[in-house]
Design a protein around this ligand. Structure first.
Ligand SMILES: [Ca+2]
Length: 362
C-alpha cells in the first residue's frame, strides 16, 4: 500500500498534469453518449478495426442535418480546470465545408450551459460560441487565412487550451500554433469580435464532447484516438517527464509503461495503417492512467476552489470599451441564415447574403 502511495507521489511529481488519457482500448468505459436535444442518423461508437494506436478508436458517423449529430462525453476536464489542455488524434474523411460544422463541443456553465465549440467554417478551423455565434477567427479573408484545415484521410494531432481564469484559448495542429485560434490579444480579424460581443467572457467548462454536428447539411465520418487531458501543454509526442518515470520504473513495471502514451512521437502523421509499434504501450498505459486520474483529482479540487476568487477579482474594464455592438453584429459577424437566432443588423457594415444558411456583415 505504502508503495502505491509513494508511486502515486513520484508519478504525480512527474506527470501530475495529466488527468485523463484514453486510447479507447477499454471501449467507451470512460465516456457517455452526450444528451442531445434531438436525434437522427448520427452515430458514435468504438471501431475495433481502425486506430491511431492500439486496436480501437472512437468512430463518429455524423449526418448532414443538425439532429444527425452524435457526441461521446467525458467530464474529466473539470479535474484539469482552470487551465485545461486537450489533445487527441483525429482522422476525418470529408474536406471541411464552407458552412459551419462542429466536432468538439464543451458545455460552458458560465455561458448559460451553451457550448464552446471547435469546428470549421469556410474550410478552416474556428472556435464558435453557441450563445452568440461569435467565431474566432472572424470569418473575414484575413481571419480565415490565419487558421488551418485538418487534412483528410490521415491521423492528425490536434491540441487546444482553455484558460478559464483569463478567458483565453489557443490551439496547435501537429504541435504548430494556429494563430487564428488564439483568443487572448483582441486582434482584429482574429479575436477582437470574440471579445467584443462578450468582453468579460470566461468559460467554465463542464465536459469534453467529441463527435460531429452540422448546421447546413454537411456530413463527415471521423475517428478519434489517444485523448489526453492535462493542466499543461501535452504535445503530440511522448507524454511529459520521462525523467521521474524512469526513477519509478525501477520499482514496478506498472509505472514503466506510463511514460509512453504518445510514443508515436513522429509528427509525420501518415496514413492510418502505420500504428502497430506503439500499440501495446497504449494498452498498458490505460492501467496507469487510472492512478493518475485519482491522484490529480485530489490536487485539482483545491485548484478549483480558487476559481471564483480569481474570476471575481478580474473584472475587465479595459475590454468593455473595446467595441459596443449593442444588438447588432459587428463587421464579419453573421447576421442571417437558417438556424441563425442572433442579431440581424450590422455595425458599420451591411448584412450581405452569402447562402441560405449564412449572411455576413461586410
Ligand atoms: Ca486506440
Amino acid at each position: 500500500m505504502e508503495l502505491i502511495v509513494l508511486l502515486a507521489f513520484a508519478f504525480k511529481a512527474a506527470v501530475a498534469q495529466y488527468v485523463f488519457s484514453d486510447g479507447f482500448e477499454n471501449g467507451l468505459s470512460n465516456w457517455t453518449p452526450a444528451t442531445l436535444t434531438c436525434t437522427g442518423t448520427g452515430t458514435a461508437g468504438i471501431d475495433s478495426t481502425f486506430a491511431h494506436t492500439g486496436s480501437n478508436s472512437l468512430k463518429v458517423v455524423g449526418g448532414p442535418n443538425y439532429c444527425d449529430h452524435a457526441f461521446e462525453l467525458t467530464t474529466a476536464v473539470t479535474s484539469a480546470a482552470p487551465l485545461i489542455y486537450i489533445r487527441f488524434y483525429i482522422f476525418h474523411t470529408t474536406a471541411f465545408p464552407t458552412l459551419h460544422t462542429t466536432f468538439v463541443a464543451m458545455t460552458d456553465a458560465n455561458d448559460g450551459g451553451n457550448d464552446l465549440r471547435l469546428g470549421a467554417q469556410n474550410g478552416n478551423l474556428a472556435w464558435n460560441r453557441q450563445s452568440d455565434d461569435a467565431t474566432c477567427p472572424s470569418q473575414s479573408p484575413v481571419g480565415i487565412a490565419a487558421s488551418v484545415t485538418i487534412p483528410n484521410n490521415t491521423w492528425t494531432c490536434l491540441e487546444f487550451k482553455v484558460d478559464e481564469t483569463n478567458g483565453y484559448l489557443a490551439a496547435w495542429l501537429n504541435d504548430n500554433p494556429i494563430a487564428g485560434l488564439t483568443a487572448q490579444n483582441r486582434t482584429p480579424d482574429i479575436d477582437q469580435a470574440w471579445y467584443a460581443s462578450k468582453p468579460t467572457w470566461k468559460p467554465l467548462i463542464q465536459n469534453l464532447k467529441l463527435g460531429w454536428e452540422a448546421y447546413s447539411g454537411e456530413a463527415d465520418t471521423l475517428w478519434y484516438d489517444d485523448v489526453v487531458i492535462a493542466t499543461s501543454k501535452i504535445g503530440c509526442g511522448t507524454l511529459a517527464s520521462t525523467t521521474t518515470t524512469s526513477t519509478t520504473a525501477a520499482t514496478t513495471s506498472k509505472t514503466a509503461t506510463t511514460s509512453t502514451v504518445a510514443t508515436s512521437s513522429s509528427t509525420t502523421t501518415t496514413v492510418a495503417s502505420k500504428t502497430t509499434t506503439s500499440s501495446s504501450a497504449i494498452v498498458v498505459k490505460s492501467t496507469t492512467t487510472t492512478t493518475t486520474i485519482t491522484t490529480t483529482a485530489t490536487t485539482t479540487t483545491t485548484t478549483t476552489t480558487t476559481i471564483p476568487t480569481t474570476t471575481t477579482a478580474k473584472t475587465s474594464s479595459t475590454t468593455a470599451a473595446t467595441t459596443a455592438t449593442g444588438t447588432c453584429s459587428i463587421k464579419y459577424g453573421q447576421c442571417a441564415g437558417i438556424y441563425w437566432t442572433g442579431p440581424t443588423c450590422c455595425v458599420a457594415s451591411t448584412c450581405t447574403y452569402s447562402n441560405p444558411y449564412y449572411s455576413q456583415c461586410l
